[in-house]
Design a protein around this ligand. Structure first.
Ligand code: OAD
Length: 294
């Protein structure tokens, strides 16, 4: 698959609004109901596909961590951040306009992640690595729950909460050990200063309008080119270039398996749409396809 994309962006759809210098689309997303979160059965045909697969790619988004208690990006924000949406805080412009607001939001979320534990979806994905000849995990998430579930070599397309750096000179910054001491509702918090140049320290994540880490994107694109099965789990499939990866897999003939309680743009090209919560579906899928190890 050719690279090509260099900006992290949402493709304009029906209603586009210009906020700062990147374009977002207002994409009507369905909030999963309790009924949506019940899990479907696992089709026998899917088990056969998996047992026959040589290289499986698992591509994840915020929904895979939802059952660990981490809000997804397109959940409404609360408290100090309730008048914003995530896309308005996740930009270089937002950080420069109000560094304490943005840094406080990231530190509050880093604390949530450090308190969270991998859920059965992360664990099932890690177990899958031992059951298929080759498995590559690609995530848009900036948490470390795949790693803590023992997945190896996870490709992080959107960076990480745990690798802050200087906004000005890009020098890495080390967090103090332990959880950030943030109140439950979060707060405004001035970012630390760079020990080298005195610049503002920023989160180590990819913001809208910024390029994805080249190495991570290239490795992801190569894995997608080479796979015969690709899971897309818990992602709204609206943020590009990451969202293009499952479409590229389908284009070259891989079977795409989507796990999501809600409909997305990927529905039409996925060979299997498993409507349900990732934790239930992925755990059930591994147990159904490999009953002896389940
Ligand atoms: P979103 O918040 O856009 O979408 C989360 C998806 O998870 C939705 O499609 C939900 O239906 C689904 N979902 C919710 N609960 C679920 C569950 N229990 N099991 C499975 N699925 C569930 O998050 P992403 O698609 O990850 O980028 O967002 C992509 C990128 O946009 C993020 O990486 C972030 C964001 O803005 C940056 O910050 C650069």
């Amino acid at each position: 698959m050719a690279g090509g994309w260099c900006q992290n962006d949402i493709l304009p759809k029906a209603d586009s609004a210009e906020i700062g210098y990147f374009s977002i689309s207002v994409n009507p997303m369905k909030t999963p109901s309790a009924a949506d979160l019940s899990a479907p059965g696992i089709p026998a045909e899917l088990c056969a596909v998996l047992l026959d697969a040589g290289h499986v790619v698992v591509f994840t988004g915020a929904g895979v961590s939802a059952e660990s208690g981490i809000p997804t990006f397109r959940d409404a924000l609360t408290g100090l951040w309730e008048t914003f949406d995530a896309e308005m805080l996740a930009t270089p412009g937002a950080f420069l306009r109000d560094p304490a607001l943005v840094w406080g939001w990231y530190e509050w979320r880093r604390k949530l992640v450090m308190r969270a534990r991998p859920n059965p979806a992360h664990l099932a994905i890690a177990r899958l690595a031992a059951l298929v000849p080759r498995l590559t995990v690609i995530t848009q998430n900036v948490d470390d729950l795949h790693e803590r579930a023992s997945s190896a070599g996870v490709i992080h397309l959107h960076g990480s909460f745990f690798s802050p750096r200087c906004f000005a000179c890009a020098s890495p910054h080390a967090f103090a050990a332990g959880e950030p001491d943030e109140p439950d509702g979060g707060r405004r918090l001035e970012p630390p200063r760079c020990g080298r140049c005195g610049g503002l320290i920023r989160p180590g994540v990819v913001w809208f309008g910024e390029p994805l880490p080249d190495d991570a994107y290239q490795r992801a694109a190569q894995a997608v080119d080479d796979c015969d099965v690709m899971f897309s789990i818990g992602t709204s499939s609206v943020v590009y270039p990451a969202a293009a990866l499952p479409f590229a897999a389908a284009e070259h003939g891989a079977k795409v398996v989507q796990v999501n309680p809600a409909a997305t743009d990927l529905d039409d090209v996925a060979s299997f749409n498993l409507r349900g919560a990732a934790a239930t579906v992925m755990d059930r899928l591994v147990r159904t396809a490999w009953p002896a190890v389940g």
